[in-house]
Design a protein around this ligand. Sequence first.
Ligand code: PLP
Length: 379
Amino acid sequence: MLTPPMIMPFFPPHRILMGPGPSDIYPSVLAALSKPTVGHLDPLFVGMMDEIKTLLQYAFQTKNSVTMAVSAPGSAGMEACFVNLVEPGETVIVCRNGVFGERMRQNVERLGAIAVLVDNTWGEPVNPQQVEDALKAHPEASFLAFVHAETSTGALSDAKMLCALAKKYDCLSIVDAVTSLGGAELRVDDWGIDAVYSGSQKCLSCVPGLSPLSFSDAAVAKLKARKAPVQSWFLDQSLVMGYWGDATGGAKRSYHHTAPVNTLYALHESLRLLANEGLENAWQRHSDMHQLLRHGLESLGLEFVVDKAYRLPQLNTVHIPVGVDDAAVRKLLLADYNLEIGAGLGVLAGKAWRVGLMGYGARRENIALCVHALATVLR
Ligand SMILES: *Cc1c(COP(=O)(O)O)cnc(C)c1O
C-alpha cells in the first residue's frame, strides 16, 4: 500500500494572460463551468449543443451543417481535418511560415501523403504567388493547407485570396483559424474555405480543450468518398456527426464519446458573448486595442517583428532589445504583476516576445498594466 499523499487544494493565482493563449477568460464563462453536470444525451444538453452549432456557424460565418466542436484542443482540430480528408498517397500543398505550418506538414506525412512545401520567412505572410506556382507545378495536388493567423510570429495571411487559388486549381482548402476566430475577419462561406478548425482558448476566451471545426459540402463529399476508413477512430467525423447531429438533420443522436459537458457550457457562454458583441464589433475591438498597445510598446522603444500590413491585432510580436534577459523579464512580470506574456517560439525563441490581446484580454486596463509593467521591469 502506498500511503495517501497529503496535498492541499490547488489555488491558482489570478494571472493576467497576455500571451499566445490561453487567454483571459470571461468571468461568466468560468461561472458556466460550475453549473450542474447533466447527462451528455440529456434532451436539454442536446438542445444546448444545437445552440452551440448555431453560434459556431455565426462565428465562422458559415451555413455548413457539419459544424461542431472537437472534444480536444486546437491541435486535435488540425489533426481531425487532415486525418478525415487526406488519404495516403495524395498531395497537399502546405504553406509554412511558422510553427503551425510545420505541424501541418507532419500531419500530412504521418498519413502517408505527400507534402509539397511553400516556405516563407517567419514573420511574413504566406506568399500567394509562390502558392500559385506550387499549384501549377503540382496538378496532382488535392489540397492547399495554410495557417490564417500564425501565432508563432504574429503574421496574418490572405485567406480569401489563398482559398480562391485553391478553387482555381481544383483543390480543397484546409485552414487553421485557431487564433483568428473571433479576433480578425474570417468568412468561411464567402471565402470558400472547405475545412477550418479553431481553438476555444484564444480569441473566444473560453477554457482550453475544445476545437471548433467546420467542413463544407465538398469536404463532406470527400470524406464520404474515402477508399479506406479514417485511420483515427476518435477523430472520425463520420462517426462524430452521429452525435453532433447529422448533416441531413433529424437523425437520432447516438453515443460516440462522453462529451466534456461542463466545458461545452463554457463554450456556449463564450460564443453567446461573441454573438452579443457582434463579430464585426469584436474584430474592431481587437484592432483598436492593438493600436493602443502598439503605441505603448513603441513608446518603450520596442520594435515589431511583423510589417504593419500583415500584423495580427491579437498577437503582437516585438524584438527583445539587445542586452535584455528574456527569461528574467518574463519572470519578473509574472512575480511582480501576475502578468504573463509569451516567449518567442522556434527561430524567434529568445529573440522576441509575443503579447496577446485575445478576446476578453483585449481591453484597456490590460494594456495599461502591460505597458507600465514592461516599462518598470525594463528600467
Ligand atoms: C494554439 C494554436 C494551435 C494549437 O492549439 P492547441 O489548443 O494548443 O492545441 C494551432 N494553431 C495555431 C495557429 C495556434 O495558435
